[in-house]
Write a protein that binds this ligand. Structure first.
Ligand SMILES: *Cc1c(COP(=O)(O)O)cnc(C)c1O
Length: 375
């Protein structure tokens, strides 16, 4: 067995993270206040542009929860959510005792299918309640069909929560993901394109949403000189140590996006037009993916489990695609709209190592396993 494990998407420090952590120690700002938080937020606001207001939080999941709170989602409300995603996109709907309605993917981007979305909206309206929000995802870094989805959002006047947890740096028609939603989120979990060890941001389109998010994320303390609380808050603010890591990582973001895209080129060269494996790629030049994870669909007789095991024998981590929410024990009683394309993708797909620290030696080991499958 090869000694060194090749992970799917490990953290990759840039160099200045420790400096910012040291600054926090030197000034004793070891809490949910400090210059790392301020600088991390403003670097993201600058990067995203488009009048983005950024609130740094303890996780992407917390950001989705607060986004739903900002849209006043309450018990019994319908919230539409992409089915093909990580469970964190949907769980905050249940935190609020709202009702998730799941929508299938289309084949070009693997994200929310506009037709199925419209069916879901009509269903909810027929039930007498317009959905309170639509949670769209840019899965594996691939932007969703922004124009088509936004058109439906406008037509029915339902706000979009853009889950761009995996899509920092991805663009649709040259505009960055995270700037399309009425509210958007990005995750800085350890396996994402850059990390804050753990953390997330909520991106809003105005200052008042940001200050409301700040209020809710710091226990909803009323503006009094003692602890007075009129509504439920959360302890969701990012801390100044994590923000130091995030701040350092922002300095290498462009480089990390480039490296992920080079990984995609590597897989393109190694897989090409193969009858047994298809590499998932952008459908056309409107879609610019950060290729957070490279994914393949296996055809003919190759099974995802056999290939996963073969990689594992060479000490290489691969992973199944996200199992869609409508097939999860937690959610399989929920309404679902679509033809189960996401279920079929789950059956036949695999995520391949896509870290930005893959060496040539790593790539050679991956090539070797792929070659055996291709031939
Ligand atoms: C990682 C991820 C999240 C959650 O982010 P955390 O920071 O881990 O809470 C949400 N949605 C998607 C699609 C993700 O991949």
């Amino acid at each position: 067995m090869e000694k060194q494990k090749i992970w799917l998407s490990p953290p990759h420090m840039g160099g200045s993270e420790l400096k910012y952590i040291q600054q926090a120690f030197d000034t004793n700002w070891i809490s949910q206040y400090g210059s790392n938080i301020d600088e991390f937020e403003s670097s993201l606001e600058n990067y995203l542009g488009n009048n983005s207001f950024v609130t740094a939080l303890s996780s992407g999941t917390a950001a989705i929860h607060l986004a739903l709170k900002l849209l006043n989602v309450e018990e019994g409300d319908f919230v539409i959510c992409q089915s093909f995603t990580f469970v964190a996109s949907a769980n905050p709907i249940l935190y609020l005792k709202a009702v998730p309605i799941f929508v299938d993917s289309e084949s070009e981007t693997w994200n929310m299918c506009p037709n199925a979305l419209e069916d879901a909206v009509k269903f909810c309206i027929q039930k007498g309640k317009k959905p309170r929000a639509i949670i769209t995802v840019s899965l594996y870094g691939m932007p969703f069909k922004v124009d088509e989805i936004l058109e439906i959002s406008r037509k029915y006047e339902i706000p979009i929560i853009e889950d761009s947890a995996e899509a920092l740096g991805s663009k649709y028609k040259n505009q960055l993901c995270g700037t399309f939603g009425d509210l958007s989120i990005i995750s800085f979990n350890g396996n994402k394109i850059i990390t804050a060890s753990g953390g997330g941001i909520l991106i809003s389109r105005n200052e008042s949403d940001k200050s409301r998010a700040l209020f809710l994320s710091t226990q909803a303390k009323d503006n009094k000189d003692y602890y007075c609380h009129s509504e439920i808050g959360y302890n969701y603010r990012m801390n100044n140590i994590s923000a130091g890591i995030g701040r350092g990582q922002m300095e290498v973001l462009e480089n990390r996006i480039e490296q992920r895209r080079i990984n995609h080129d590597f897989y393109q060269e190694n897989i090409g037009d193969n009858e047994n494996i298809k590499l998932f790629s952008a459908p056309n030049s409107d879609f610019y993916s950060n290729y957070w994870l490279n994914t393949i669909i296996l055809k003919n007789k190759v099974s995802k489990e056999n290939l996963r095991r073969e990689f594992l024998q060479s000490n290489i981590e691969t992973r199944y695609l996200w199992k869609p929410m409508h097939l999860q024990p937690l959610y399989n009683q929920c309404e679902f709209f679509g033809n189960n394309l996401s279920g079929i993708l789950f059956e036949s797909g695999l995520c391949l190592p896509s870290g930005t620290n893959l060496t040539n030696n790593c790539k050679a080991r991956i090539s070797k396993v792929l070659k055996n499958t291709i031939d």
